[in-house]
Write a protein that binds this ligand. Structure first.
Ligand SMILES: Cc1cc2nc3c(=O)[nH]c(=O)nc-3n(C[C@H](O)[C@H](O)[C@H](O)COP(=O)(O)O)c2cc1C
Length: 327
């Protein structure tokens, strides 16, 4: 089923999220082969580039490192960027719209150059993956969010292709942030990014790895903000990421106002075949309900259209008013 997202015509609302599943030309071809409407390439991490740059700086100052160390570090940094650009070009050759993803962390104009280079390499749009982990109690939410907005403003001012922003889940008022980003020229938002979360082994007092994949239940929180954002800011295109594991989840996201859904964990669990399964489910569901196009049902259950205050309700006070046991 066709959709438009960030002004791009997509043959399917099923998009593959920025992840290992879009990190190589081979993987992108798998996504396309199974019917993805677009792909968001694995992010280019500014952290990684800055790391190379810092190493280069150190190497040039260390006695004995000489030209060899400098050459190696410079080569690694440039090699990483060149690989990312080659992936954009190779992915573009598959014929689907390619959304390049940039992870920006530093307050600099450096990443504007990457965005420009990705546009030149053939990207149809840019997805900015921005999140500054608050570790300084003196930095207010407003300051951090101002930083996000400035990043978006600068990238939008640099490239001619549409820009969307992948937002973190823990924002006090996502509508206000999205509204500001719209004012800075963003065409869309991705709700949401899902971050690495550390866990602790209490016997060894050590950090332990946690599987990075989502569960289907995580979708519900995203549905609420999608429904609210779609009603408040219809000019912004919404992509739902986090918790879309099957076709029913995709339909729910579209009913809440999303233009596309992004898959990552579902591909980990069920392989690239899940892309076609989700796509076919949406088509069959729409046909069963008499909808000839996505526009006929997109947003039917958003905050403006659902005709219920359910999205505003957060407390469980209507349940168990007499303090009954839950089970
Ligand atoms: C192994 C792994 C790598 C990821 N890498 C990126 C990345 O480079 N950039 C990004 O924006 N999101 C990245 N993500 C987040 C996914 O794009 C997606 O937003 C998240 O997994 C939630 O979607 P899901 O429920 O479909 O998994 C990654 C996720 C996983 C599991």
């Amino acid at each position: 089923m066709k959709t438009t997202y960030l002004g791009l015509e997509l043959t399917s609302p099923v998009v593959v999220a920025s992840s290992p599943y879009t990190a190589s030309a081979y993987n992108v071809r798998e996504c396309v082969h199974h019917g993805a409407g677009a792909v968001v390439l694995k992010s280019i991490f500014e952290e990684q580039i800055l790391h190379h740059a810092a190493a280069l700086e150190r190497a040039s100052q260390e006695p004995g490192m000489g030209d060899a160390g400098e050459y190696l570090e410079r080569y690694l940094g440039e090699h990483y960027q060149a690989e990312c650009l080659r992936l954009v070009a190779d992915a573009r050759a598959t014929g689907v719209p390619v959304i390049a993803s940039i992870n920006c962390i530093a307050d600099s104009d450096e990443w504007c150059g990457y965005a420009e280079a990705m546009e030149r390499a053939g990207a149809s749009a840019i997805e900015l993956n921005i999140f500054l982990q608050p570790t300084d109690r003196h930095r207010t939410a407003q300051e951090l969010e101002h930083g996000y907005a400035e990043t978006v403003r600068r990238v939008v001012g640099t490239v001619g292709i549409p820009v969307s922003v992948k937002l973190p889940m823990r924002l006090t008022n996502v509508l206000s942030v999205a509204d500001t980003l719209l004012g800075c020229g963003a065409r869309g938002v991705v709700l949401y990014n899902r971050f690495f979360e550390p866990d602790i082994d209490i016997e060894r007092l050590a950090f332990v790895p946690v599987p990075p994949f989502s569960t289907p239940a995580e979708l519900r929180n995203v549905l609420r903000s999608t429904a609210l954002c779609s009603a408040a800011l219809p000019q912004l295109d919404i992509a739902v990421s986090t918790g879309v594991h099957d076709g029913a989840a995709a339909v729910k996201a579209l009913l809440c106002g999303a233009r596309v859904v992004q898959l990552c964990s579902a591909i980990h669990e069920r392989g690239y075949e899940v892309i076609g399964e989700v796509d076919r489910f949406v088509d069959a569901w729409a046909e069963r309900h008499g909808f000839a196009s996505l526009n006929e049902f997109r947003g039917r259950m958003d905050f403006g259209n659902a005709g219920d205050d359910i999205y505003q309700r957060v407390q469980y006070m209507r349940y168990f008013p007499d303090g009954d046991r839950v089970l």
